[in-house]
Design a protein around this ligand. Sequence first.
Ligand SMILES: *Cc1c(COP(=O)(O)O)cnc(C)c1O
Length: 387
Amino acid sequence: MEQRLQFELENLEKNNLLRTRNILASPQDVEVIYNNKHYLSFTSNDYLGLANHPLLKQTCKTAIDQFGIGSGGSQLLGGHGIAHHALAEELAEFLGYERVLLFANGYMANLGVLTTLCDKNTLILLDHDNHASLIDGARFSNAHFERYQHQNTSDLTKRIRQTKAQNKLICSDGVFSMSGEIAPVAELAKIATEHNAWLMLDDAHGIGVLGKNGKGTLELLGISSKQVPILIGTFGKAFGTYGAFVAASKSIIEYLLQFCRTYIYTTALPQLLAEATRTSLKIIQQEPWRRKQLALLINYLQTKAKQFSLNLAPSNTPIQTLTVGDVLQAKKLATNLQQAGIMVGLIRPPTVAKNSSRLRISLSANHTIKHLDILLQNLAQLIYAKI
Ligand SMILES: *Cc1c(COP(=O)(O)O)cnc(C)c1O
């Protein structure tokens, strides 16, 4: 067995696909310390700049005195606290859903929802580029599943017309994590209604960031919660904390509470995290300047990238990508940027398709125009020097 594993690991290395970690020794922010060196960072999902916010830290300190550290048990066996309860109610109110259920993280939420709600008479239709946790949820369920072509509603319609499955669930990311594109939710909702299917949206990268009030992709596109019966959100991104939630009708949530194994058989989030997330939710509502700053940065980066003739994909979200194609080229570019003190995400297969390796530049409300200038100058220099 060891030999087989070793062989596969060596193969990864040969193909420039071996993943490595940098060791973070500072809070997550736009200026960070990795491997004992200072970097300007474009790698985190901390879009609103809350992961290291003084008010969140203060909330945690107070919550520790009130609640201690561990939650001590699963939600159904004593671990469900007043902070969890309040957070769930506040989220339901904010997003316009009847009820919200908290999960340990987004991976667990997606796995749980798909495996619990979809039986063997269900066909799950997934966008091809959905997050791995949605693909895995479909795989681990008893349902059949198909992946329709990315953002292609004709392909989706064709497949949904063909199926004889009794139940159908359409499932898409709200904002695609590897491209920053926004899903055509109005069209998905229309198809779902026409074919009597459920629609589930994973808005991990949208909530907090998109829409005037930060309610996410639905608010941005002017879509009511009625049209999207199941909404997933996570706290590890714009909220700057940790955890996740499902927003849905009373009966869907009650069903999950009774049957969802990734909800039932795991320890509840520490209450201090629920308290910190409540503070994030307040900041999301009270500080629209964070979204305005992001919009400004996105606009600046897109405009300047054109002037520098950089191959930046169009995106109105904080996820910006520079498509390189070849794995080795992408890796070289990321390594050279790192040597210049700049961290970006290096995205390679199997996360994205072969020959579509790319750099992912994640923007935060804590970035400044000056940060973007540094990034752009270095990128242009490296690309035109053909390193
Ligand atoms: C990050 C992410 C998840 C996973 O959430 P975690 O809380 O990090 O486990 C799920 N779906 C999407 C679209 C994501 O981007």
